[in-house]
Design a protein. Structure first.
Length: 449
């Protein structure tokens, strides 16, 4: 499957002052496959080391961290010479060898001509005991497949081309919109983990069976994530992590309007009350890349950090497919788009996931008094309110409250509707499946609604 992050890898390869690259992400997002494909395609030879499978190589990094000695020892083990100018060295599962992570500093300083890529889980790299080579590595973050990448992996190239060609708010044809909406609903069930997507795409002609297979794999991956928690933080802490993680979708239906509520701490873990005692557990899940944490701010002004509180936030699951597995929501309910108050949260979770994968870091949730807008985003120095509607009804009273108080350049509404603009209210309408393209070119080709 093609991944958009491949472009970033090529840009890194040709960078003048290239440092060793550290590719991070939650487990099962496709880091290993991506680096192997990149190495085989763009370098004379790929030299691949996996510290989880080849534990015997860990002692190579126990001595001095002179990169010339390390390369010599690795060449001896692999029985192949490593060309410092033509080849790629990949150090996978680097969290299993903390000294290898530290060694990247010396590769940057003493052997900059060698292309070195390291990959590891967020949990192991950031919470491990290794000395992180601050300032000595280039970093990339990898996420599950976005909806765009899901379309790329699908059988209908013309449908992907229609998606890719969108660069303003001119409505798509009704046929294009309807077909993209159906793919969007499938994506809500399948999510973006590569193994799950590949399984679905291989069997999608028999959609019922394919979606059953999808949920089986997602359930297995849930068990593997939980096992990984225990591996890094011990059995007792892992139990707390699992309870909090599973509790994230359990809170979805508390708000009657269907939007994601503020995360509450009561009864999440028996005997553990208040944010202070849960903050470490939440931080672990964020560090592992398994949840997305967004602050709720009480102002529409910049910077958002000034108007946020540490214990006032929303939590989202890193992948909508895993969200479905955690909440045990039948695929049929999602495809029929009939699942009560959960529907609003699914739409919101999807947008949060797409914004995060697009590296839109400066966004938050907004709530003042009784008014609430799902997201506010910093766009070119302005704060743009983004309302999320799961269906075709796009009335948004709180959006009007925000607009009247803060006078943003425009407001954005994501829903099941086609694209367009209401010039009277200065509202721009996007289908939910176009979240990754926001803000896009909103000044061209505007059509009055």
């Amino acid at each position: 499957m093609k991944r958009l992050i491949s472009r970033d890898l090529v840009a890194w390869q040709t960078k003048k002052r290239r440092k060793p690259l550290l590719l991070q992400g939650a487990r099962q997002v496709g880091k290993t496959f991506l680096l192997q494909e990149f190495g085989n395609k763009n370098f004379a030879r790929l030299h691949y080391i996996n510290f989880e499978e080849q534990e015997q190589l860990i002692p190579v990094f126990n001595g001095d961290l002179n990169p010339h000695r390390i390369v010599q020892d690795l060449s001896l083990f692999l029985n192949e010479s490593i060309d410092l100018k033509m080849d790629l060295l990949v150090l996978d599962e680097i969290q299993q060898c903390p000294r290898a992570l530290t060694s990247l500093k010396y590769f940057a300083e003493k052997m900059p001509e060698l292309a070195v890529c390291a990959a590891g889980s967020l949990l192991g790299v950031h919470l491990g005991e290794s000395s992180f080579p601050v300032g000595k590595v280039d970093e990339l973050r990898m996420f599950p497949l976005t909806f765009e990448e899901f379309l790329m992996a699908g059988p209908n190239k013309m449908l992907y081309d229609a998606f890719e060609s969108v660069n303003d708010l001119s409505p798509l044809s009704e046929m294009q919109h309807a077909m993209l909406w159906e793919e969007f609903k499938l994506y809500l069930v399948v999510g973006g983990l590569p193994e799950v997507v590949a399984t679905f795409m291989e069997g999608r002609d028999d959609q019922f069976t394919a979606l059953q297979d999808v949920r089986t794999i997602q359930t297995r991956l849930l068990s593997e994530y939980i096992a990984d928690m225990a591996k890094h933080c011990g059995k007792q802490n892992a139990m707390h992590l699992e309870r909090l993680w599973r509790n994230t979708p359990a809170q979805l239906g508390r708000d009657q309007d269907g939007s994601a509520p503020k995360f509450t701490f009561k009864d999440v873990i028996p005997g553990v009350k208040g944010y202070e005692r849960l903050s470490g557990t939440i931080d672990w899940l964020v560090a592992a890349g398994l949840i997305i944490r967004l602050p709720i701010v009480n102002s529409g002004l910049l910077p958002f950090t000034v108007y946020s509180k540490e214990n006032f936030f929303k939590l989202f699951v890193f992948d909508v497919g895993i969200l479905g597995a955690l909440s045990r929501l039948p695929a049929k309910s999602t495809l029929n788009y009939q699942y009560g108050t959960y529907k609003g949260y699914y739409a919101e979770n999807f947008v949060a996931q797409e914004f995060t994968a697009a590296h839109r870091e400066n966004f938050a949730c907004w709530r003042e008094k009784r008014a609430e807008v799902e997201f506010i985003c910093e766009v070119d120095g302005s704060v743009i309110p983004v309302e999320i509607k799961s269906g075709w009804v796009t009335q948004a009273k709180s959006l009007g409250v925000f607009y009247n108080k803060y006078s943003p350049p425009y407001c954005a509404v994501f829903s099941a509707r086609n694209m367009g603009v209401n010039q009277a209210s200065n509202r721009y309408y996007y289908p939910l499946y176009l979240a990754s393209k926001f803000p896009g070119t909103v000044a061209r080709g505007l059509n009055h609604v």
